[in-house]
Every structure is written in structure tokens, then in C-alpha cells.
Design a protein around this ligand. Structure first.
Ligand code: ADP
Ligand code: MG
Length: 393
């Protein structure tokens, strides 16, 4: 196959079925190669330094490319496709090799609408690129450059390669074993640090969930997938309600609040925190009404005391809850302090439980911010955070 065909989306189905057939082989060989590299790196840091120096020197010797003068580089001349990673609504993700430096990267090919003349360049892709350019943080995935194919509907975003998303990373742990509290703390701390950076730049993510968090073999955790991200302001302007995957969607969105802010991301992080503890999504609604019902069962129903402005939400009057206001919310039974309910459930001390409750607070005005969450005693008392070991066999 010519190098052009390998990046040709018309040959996508062909390469996809090819990659499906050889999936295990490809994944294993790519995986083994990188695992071997990592092990070598661990065992010999001086070789590592030498290699880094050689890579740095060889990249210095490469002719410099200035995209402002010369335009984006061609994907055919710069990257070799290794395997297909994932295909979502807005893009197709590939693992690839930099032909000049041999580095492994991830390429997200932007999906274009069928009728490009009507719809133009996809807004989600424009958002993703502009948002990523505005950020620079160790817990936000790094974009190296944009590369193009031979027609204007072939545009690729080149990112650092991360081994898994958090959902896949979690599956690498023994399903019957709980995540250590120290690792749980570190994963949450890293997610909050990425989120804090994003919010400090006046950006909302709007699709926080375990498959949009990437995990590096070093234990570094990063936010990714900024297709729904956008700027916000204070006081908030009206924004679309069609955001956030249902199981991670904040109650104010479910009740039609269009003037929402960073608190919606904090609710999603609370849902993920619970998921990391239980190894499964904690509120899996079958539809919006069911999701609301599950939220109320988990954390209790809105009252004048806990959410004074609830009645003013556009669809507040449309929902009648069955639950008795005096029932104890499930959060107390599902996450008992210092007493996990099963062997696969992570240990949660009283600080951890307090933080979980502050993230899963119904009223967005009282929900904890990323800034305050990072200062919470959970991260500074008790068991110290420890780098997660997703790659210990
Ligand atoms: P989508 O809009 O299709 O959800 P994402 O950016 O979330 O796009 O990418 C889809 C999936 O591809 C992610 O869930 C993750 O598994 C994988 N992926 C995305 N970026 C990378 C990367 N830089 N390195 C490795 N895998 C990635
Ligand atoms: Mg995604």
C-alpha cells in the first residue's frame, strides 16, 4: 500500500478491517515494543539520558518547519500509521510513528460532514484546536501540530500518545481488587489540576467522563477531547443544554439551566470519583427523568435550604419525585466511611467522603470549585497520594 493510501479516509474501512483482523497482533507488537522501551528506560537511566540527548540532537539537526510560512506539514511525509485506536462522532484516532524521530504519537483525524460546502469546517474541531492552543498543563493532553492530507477535508491533530483512557486503564486492574486509596487520590488530584487550569482560562470542558481522561504509562493523567469545550464568562451567558454525557450530567442542566458555569464539570468529576471508588458508573440513568431520579436517590432531593433557587429553573415544576424527603440518601450507604461495601471498592476516609459530597452537591452555587477541591484536606492529610501503577503486570 502506498504511503498516501495509508492515510486515505476512503481506505478507512479497509484499514479498519485490516486492523481488526490483525488487531491483537498489531496491538501486541506495538504494546510489547513500547513496554520493552519503558522497561529499558526504567532499568537504565543513563542509557535513557543518552537516548534523550541523541533524540534532542537529531531533532536539532532536522530542518525547522515554520507552519506560518510553509503551511501545515503533509501527513504522508511525516507520520506512519500504526493502528486504529478509536472512532467517535467527531474524529478517528490513530496511533502513528513520527518518520523523522521514531516517536510514537496519536493522530486525531477530524471528521467532516458529508456536505462540506453547506456545513464548512466542523465547529467541534475548531473548538478543540483553539481550546488546546490556549492551554499548557501537564494534566491536559499536548498537541504538537496539525498536519494535512491531499484534500482539504483531511486534517489531523497530532497529540502526544497516551497508552489508555481512564476507563481502559481501570480495566487493567484486577476487577476484584480495589484501587488503593493513595492511587485514587493521585488520579483525582491530577484530574482536578487539569480542570483547575482549564477553568482558570475561562474554559468549560462539558464532556468530562472516564473515556475522556487519558493515562500515560508514567502514571500521568490528562484531560482530552475538547470537542464540546467553550469559553464562559461571569455573569454567565446562555449556552446550549446539549452537553455532557447523561450519566455525568449535572442536575442544573437536567432542569434546563442555560446559564451554567464550571460547576457542571465539577459534578462530572464527582461522578468519576464515585466511579473510581466503585469501579462502575454510579448513576446510570436510562433517560433524563431516570437520571434525575437516580441523582435524587443518591444525594437527596432539592429543598429550599439545600438549593434555594431550584424552583426558578425552567423545568423544575415538571418533575415530581417519589422519594420521601426524610429517607437517607444512598451516598451514605454506598460510600460508608472507612468500610468499603465490597472487596473491589476503594477505601474512603472521612475527608474523601466529605470531598465526594461537596462535588456531588445539588446546588451549583454551593458545589466545590476545582481550586478549593485541590486545597481539600483529603489531599493533605492521611494516606499520601501515590502515582497510579496502571502498568504493573
Ligand atoms: P471522540 O470525540 O471520538 O470521543 P476523543 O478525543 O475522546 O474523541 O478520542 C477517542 C478515544 O481515542 C479516547 O477515548 C481514547 O481512548 C483515544 N485517544 C484519544 N486521544 C488519545 C491520545 N492522545 N493517545 C492515545 N489514545 C487517545
Ligand atoms: Mg471522547
Amino acid at each position: 500500500m502506498g504511503k498516501r493510501d495509508r492515510w486515505d479516509s476512503s481506505s478507512e474501512s479497509e484499514s479498519e478491517s485490516e486492523s481488526n483482523n490483525n488487531n491483537t497482533k498489531d496491538e501486541t507488537s506495538a504494546g510489547t515494543a513500547s513496554i520493552a522501551t519503558a522497561k529499558k528506560k526504567q532499568s537504565n537511566s543513563s542509557t535513557n539520558d543518552r537516548n534523550n540527548n541523541t533524540a534532542a540532537i537529531s531533532s536539532l539537526l532536522l530542518p525547522l518547519h515554520n507552519p506560518l510560512l510553509q503551511g501545515c506539514r503533509s501527513v504522508y511525509d511525516t507520520y506512519e500509521q500504526i493502528r486504529h485506536i478509536s472512532e467517535g462522532t467527531y474524529g478517528v484516532v490513530w496511533q502513528a510513528r513520527d518518520l523523522a524521530t521514531n516517536e510514537i504519537v496519536a493522530l486525531k483525524q477530524i471528521k467532516f460532514p458529508d456536505d462540506l460546502t453547506k456545513e464548512g469546517f466542523p465547529i467541534t474541531a475548531l473548538r478543540e484546536c483553539s481550546v488546546l492552543l490556549a492551554m499548557s498543563h501537564e494534566n491536559v493532553v499536548t498537541v504538537r501540530e496539525m498536519v494535512v492530507g491531499d484534500s482539504f477535508d483531511k486534517v489531523f491533530m497530532v497529540m502526544e500518545f497516551m497508552e489508555f483512557d481512564l476507563k481502559q486503564g481501570m480495566d487493567r486492574y484486577n476487577p476484584r481488587e480495589a484501587l488503593a486509596q493513595s492511587e485514587l487520590k493521585d488520579i483525582l488530584r491530577q484530574i482536578l489540576a487539569g480542570m483547575q487550569h482549564m477553568h482558570s482560562k475561562w474554559l468549560l470542558h462539558r464532556d468530562i467522563k472516564t473515556s475522556n481522561i487519558l493515562v500515560h504509562r508514567s502514571g500521568r493523567v490528562c484531560l482530552c477531547d475538547f470537542g464540546l469545550a467553550r469559553r464562559y464568562q461571569d455573569p454567565p451567558q446562555e449556552l446550549t443544554l446539549l452537553v455532557v454525557t447523561l450519566w455525568y450530567r449535572a442536575p442544573e442542566l437536567l432542569f434546563g439551566e442555560t446559564r451554567y458555569g464550571p460547576a457542571i464539570d465539577m459534578w462530572s468529576i464527582g461522578c468519576m470519583f464515585g466511579e473510581l471508588i466503585c469501579r462502575d458508573a454510579i448513576m446510570q440513568g436510562q433517560g433524563e427523568l431516570d437520571q434525575v431520579d437516580q441523582i435524587f436517590q443518591m444525594v437527596g432531593v432539592p429543598t429550599k435550604e439545600n438549593w434555594p433557587l431550584f424552583e426558578q429553573l425552567p423545568t423544575a415544576h415538571m418533575f415530581r419525585w417519589r422519594k420521601n424527603k426524610d429517607d437517607q440518601p444512598d451516598i451514605y450507604k454506598k460510600f460508608p466511611i472507612n468500610a468499603p461495601v465490597s472487596s473491589s471498592q476503594a477505601f474512603l476516609d472521612s475527608n474523601g467522603f466529605d470531598l465526594l459530597k461537596k462535588l456531588l452537591t445539588l446546588d451549583p452555587q454551593h458545589r466545590i470549585s476545582a481550586d478549593d477541591a485541590l486545597r481539600h484536606p483529603y489531599f493533605h492529610q492521611g494516606v499520601k497520594p501515590r502515582t497510579p501503577r496502571f502498568f504493573v503486570e
